[in-house]
Design a protein around this ligand. Structure first.
Ligand code: FAD
Length: 391
C-alpha cells in the first residue's frame, strides 16, 4: 500500500483535504495534473468572496462559521494572511429576493450586520450608484480570500506534515476493490486504502456513470481601472454582490492599488472539454459587464484592462456533492461547487478528512449528500441575451 488515503486533484478542495488528513496523522498521497496553485480551473484571479449571511441558504451558515475558524487555523500554520474581513455588501431591491434571502440567514443565526436604506447607503458607499428602490445589507463577517496562495499553502502544509503530492501527473483511472483502490497515472499504478476524488471540472471523466452530472461552466473575471484607487481600497470598499435590473455581479476591493475586479456571478458558456477551457474574450459577455460597470460603478472606467476565464462544475440544484459515492466502495467525492465553494474549502477538507478517517463528521454537510442528485432535473440555463434584455 502506498498510502492510507489518495487525493485525486490537488486544487481547491483537494489541497484542503490533503492538509486536513495530514494534520490528523494520516498518510496521504495526492495527485495533481498541473501543480497546486495553478489557475486553469476553479481557483485563480487573486480574490474570492467570503461571506456568512448566505443568500444560497441559511443551512450553510454553521458550515461557513466553521470555515472561518479553519481559515484562521491555516493562516496560523502557514504564517500568511489568507482571509481579510473587510465586510460584504449585498445590494438589491429593498423588497427583492437577494436581500430577503440574506436577511433570512441573518435572522436564523443572529449574524452581525447593518441594513442601509437608499440614503444611508448612498452616503456611506458613494462608489455604488443606486437605482430607485435599492438598499444594502452589510454582512460584517465577510471579506476576501487569496485563492492561489491559499491552495499553495494548504498543499505546502500537507507536505510539511508528511503528505506526498505527485505533480504534473494526470490520473487516468481509479479502480476500487475489496482491499483498496488502484490509482493509475501515465507513469505507474499506485495503491491506497481509500480515495477522495476532488477533480473539479474533470470529475465525471474519472468516475464515469458514478459521479453526479456536472454542467461545467466558464466564468469570466474582468478588472477595471479606478479613477481614484483610494476610494476602492479594502477599508473603504467592501466586497459586494449586486442583483439589480437583470444584472447579477460581484466585486472586490482593489488589490493592486490601481484596478478593481468586477465579475458576473454566473457562467454563460458551457465548457465541453475542460482540457480546452477557452480563455478568450467574449463580446456578448463583455458588453454585459461593461454596461453594468458603466451604470452602477461610476468611479471605474467601463472598459476592462484585464480579462481572465476560469471554470467550475455546477450540479442540478447548484449545491455541491460531498460524501461517499453511492454504489462505489472506498470512494469519497467533493465536486459541483457551483461557483460558490471557495469560501468553505477548509471546512469541506475537514469534513472529508473526518469522513475518511472516522467514517462520520459533525460538520453540517448533510444537505450536500451526493445521493440527492439522482434523477434531479436541471434548471433552464441563463443566457447573456436574456440578461441584457432584462437590464
Ligand atoms: C471565476 C470564479 C469565481 C468564483 N468566485 C467565488 C467566490 O467569490 N467565492 C467562493 O466561495 N467561490 C467562488 N468560486 C467557486 C470556487 O472557486 C470553486 O467552487 C472552487 O474553486 C472549486 O474547487 P474544486 O476543488 O472543486 O476544483 P479545482 O480548484 O478546479 O480543483 C480540481 C483540481 O483537480 C485537478 N485534476 C483534475 N483532473 C485530474 C486528474 N485526472 N489527475 C490529477 N489532477 C486532476 C485539476 O487540475 C484541479 O487542480 C468561483 C469560481 C470561479 C471559477
Amino acid at each position: 500500500m502506498d498510502a492510507e488515503f489518495g487525493v485525486v486533484g490537488v486544487g481547491t478542495m483537494g489541497a484542503m483535504t490533503a492538509w486536513q488528513l495530514a494534520r490528523r496523522g494520516a498518510s496521504v498521497l495526492g495527485f495533481e495534473q498541473f501543480a497546486p496553485g495553478h489557475d486553469r480551473s476553479g481557483a485563480g484571479g487573486e480574490t474570492r468572496i467570503f461571506r456568512t449571511a448566505y443568500l444560497e441558504g441559511a443551512e450553510y451558515v454553521p458550515l461557513l462559521l466553521a470555515a472561518q475558524r479553519e481559515w484562521r487555523d491555516l493562516e496560523a500554520e502557514c504564517g500568511d494572511a489568507l482571509l481579510t474581513m473587510n465586510g460584504g455588501l449585498m445590494i438589491g431591491d429593498a423588497e427583492g429576493g437577494l436581500l430577503r434571502s440574506v436577511l433570512a440567514s441573518i435572522a436564523a443565526h443572529d449574524l452581525p450586520h447593518d441594513v442601509l436604506d437608499a440614503d444611508r447607503a448612498a452616503a456611506r458607499y458613494p462608489q455604488h450608484r443606486l437605482r430607485p428602490g435599492e438598499a444594502m445589507v452589510l454582512d460584517h463577517q465577510a471579506g476576501y480570500l487569496r485563492p492561489e496562495l491559499a491552495v499553495l499553502m494548504a498543499a505546502q502544509r500537507a507536505e510539511e506534515l508528511g503528505a506526498r503530492i505527485v505533480r504534473h501527473e494526470p490520473v487516468v483511472a481509479i479502480a476500487p476493490d475489496d482491499d483498496g483502490v488502484t490509482i493509475t497515472t501515465a507513469g505507474r499504478s499506485w495503491r491506497v486504502g481509500e480515495v477522495v476524488v476532488s477533480a473539479g471540472a474533470w470529475t465525471q471523466r474519472l468516475l464515469p456513470g458514478a459521479a453526479p452530472d456536472l454542467d461545467v461552466q466558464r466564468l469570466v473575471m474582468t478588472w477595471f481601472a479606478a479613477r481614484d484607487p483610494a476610494a476602492f481600497s479594502a477599508d473603504r470598499f467592501p466586497v459586494f454582490i449586486r442583483h439589480t435590473g437583470g444584472y447579477d455581479i460581484s466585486g472586490w476591493p482593489s488589490i493592486d492599488g490601481a484596478s478593481v475586479k468586477v465579475a458576473v456571478n454566473y457562467g454563460y458558456d458551457r465548457v465541453g472539454d475542460p482540457d480546452r477551457l477557452d480563455r478568450g474574450v467574449d463580446d456578448g459577455l463583455l458588453r454585459l459587464i461593461r454596461s453594468a460597470v458603466g451604470e452602477l460603478l461610476p468611479g471605474l472606467v467601463p472598459e476592462p484592462v484585464r480579462v481572465s476565464a476560469y471554470m467550475d462544475g455546477y450540479t442540478a440544484d447548484h449545491h455541491a456533492a460531498l460524501g461517499r459515492v453511492p454504489g462505489v466502495p472506498r470512494t469519497l467525492i467533493a465536486c459541483g461547487f457551483s461557483g460558490h465553494g471557495f469560501k468553505m474549502a477548509p471546512a469541506i477538507g475537514k469534513a472529508l478528512a473526518e469522513l475518511a478517517v472516522q467514517g462520520s463528521t459533525d460538520l453540517p454537510v448533510g444537505h450536500l449528500d451526493p445521493g440527492r442528485l439522482r434523477d434531479r432535473e436541471r434548471p433552464a440555463r441563463r443566457t447573456v441575451a436574456a440578461e441584457l434584455a432584462a437590464a
